[in-house]
Design a protein around this ligand. Structure first.
Ligand SMILES: NC(=O)c1ccc[n+]([C@@H]2O[C@H](COP(=O)([O-])OP(=O)(O)OC[C@H]3O[C@@H](n4cnc5c(N)ncnc54)[C@H](O)[C@@H]3O)[C@@H](O)[C@H]2O)c1
Length: 354
């Protein structure tokens, strides 16, 4: 492999963020793009001045490609990724890594066997504020966690599900669900990244305001292995789309954030409020934060760039990427358990490959 690492991006909706991320990462070169839709393929190849393939098999035959970024409909991720790993190329796989945990496990085994590296995409973990919250929990600053809550009151017009590339969204076999699996997976991942594994769930979901198959609103009760309990709420019905809220309460303090901004950092031992003032100064509400609350593409690609850089470092250093597929699987396991609970009306215990 040359000092420069060659990338190809498959799927040119969100995949365009991957193209920009690759082009912004020092040492990465975008060799080409791939999409079944010629109306997306040609303009992207022209804009990024790179090769165009309309089939994955064609790009896999190109020796200049070292890494393949998969940004196709979620239910196709593992099917395509297995071919990439078998061709001896490294991988970046959009969220969710797939819609089924057994398939993610199949991919983890295939990646291991092929000796390639594979990263998932959970760019929220790279937000410095989220890193601070995770560290605060791990360092015991909140004491014993008691409550862990995530709310995602987002909005998507019907056109989001009906447009040229909308027909897979909100379906069980390609999206693996609706507001929870597609939009909510980042929130679910953050909750488990902050608080640790979820032991059991109870869920309820339905279709309320869209003509879709799966769901556009879901609620769940969560029991964490650490002993905390919590709530989760996701929707694409909340016109015009409000900020994601995450709140964690512990025996020694509480943290509250709204989308990318901190709005409360209350520690019992911070009697003069100086720690909170410092945290609010660094991470408090800023008017320029980008949010996907009403527009799916209004998210920054900075996190994707960091994931590209980390994967290149992982390849060079022979280590796992920081967001490994292994660490990306639990969110999918939690979500599928919530759907199972909603269908059966029963509490579902995790760890059985839900
Ligand atoms: N990280 C994030 O914040 C974020 C945001 C939005 C979407 N996503 C994820 O990105 C993925 C794509 O979502 P999207 O909204 O861009 O969908 P989309 O439908 O707009 O784009 C998917 C593209 O993949 C192409 N495609 C499908 N099958 C293909 C194949 N076999 N070979 C080549 N091209 C193929 C389609 O033609 C389409 O252009 C999903 O998994 C979604 O969850 C992630």
């Amino acid at each position: 492999m040359s000092a420069e690492i060659g990338f190809a991006v498959v799927g040119l909706g969100m995949g365009r963020h991957h193209c920009k991320a690759v082009q912004s990462a020092p040492g990465a070169r975008l060799v080409g793009v791939c999409d079944l839709d010629p109306e997306r393929l040609a303009p992207a190849a022209e804009e990024y001045d790179c090769k165009a393939w309309n089939r994955l098999d064609e790009l896999l035959a190109d020796d200049a490609v070292d890494v393949v970024n998969i940004a196709t409909p979620s239910g196709t991720h593992v099917e395509l990724a297995l071919k990439v790993a078998a061709a001896g190329k490294h991988l970046i796989v959009e969220k969710p890594a797939d819609i089924r945990v057994d398939r993610i496990d199949e991919l983890i085994a295939a990646v291991d066997k092929a000796g390639v590296k594979a990263a998932g995409i959970f760019q929220s973990r790279l937000d410095p504020l989220n890193g601070q919250i995770r560290d605060a929990v791990a360092d015991g600053k909140l004491g014993n966690l008691i409550g862990v809550h995530g709310h995602l009151p987002w909005y998507r017009k019907q056109a989001y599900y009906d447009g040229d590339h909308g027909s897979w969204k909100g379906t069980w076999d390609m999206d693996g669900g609706g507001s929870l699996m597609n939009q909510g997976v980042h929130t679910v991942d953050l909750l488990q990244w902050f608080a640790g594994p979820v032991a059991s769930v109870m869920g309820m979901f339905g279709v309320f305001a869209h003509d879709i198959e799966a769901e556009d609103q879901a609620v769940a009760l969560l029991k964490f292995e650490c002993g905390a309990i919590g709530t989760l709420f996701t929707t694409t019905c909340a016109f015009p789309g409000f900020d994601q809220r995450i709140m964690l309460y512990g025996s020694e303090g509480s943290v509250s954030k709204r989308e990318g901004a901190l709005d409360g950092w209350k520690l019992i031992n911070d009697e003069d409020g100086s720690q909170e003032a410092q945290m609010l100064e660094s991470f408090g509400l800023k008017a320029d934060k980008k949010s996907g609350s009403a527009d799916p593409l209004a998210v920054s690609f900075d996190g994707h760039t960091q994931i590209v850089i980390d994967l290149m470092d992982a390849i060079r250093e022979g280590r796992d990427p920081h967001i490994s597929l292994d660490s990306a699987r639990h969110a999918v396991e939690i979500i599928n358990a919530i759907y199972e609970s909603g269908r059966t009306g029963k509490e579902v215990t995790l760890g059985k490959g839900a």
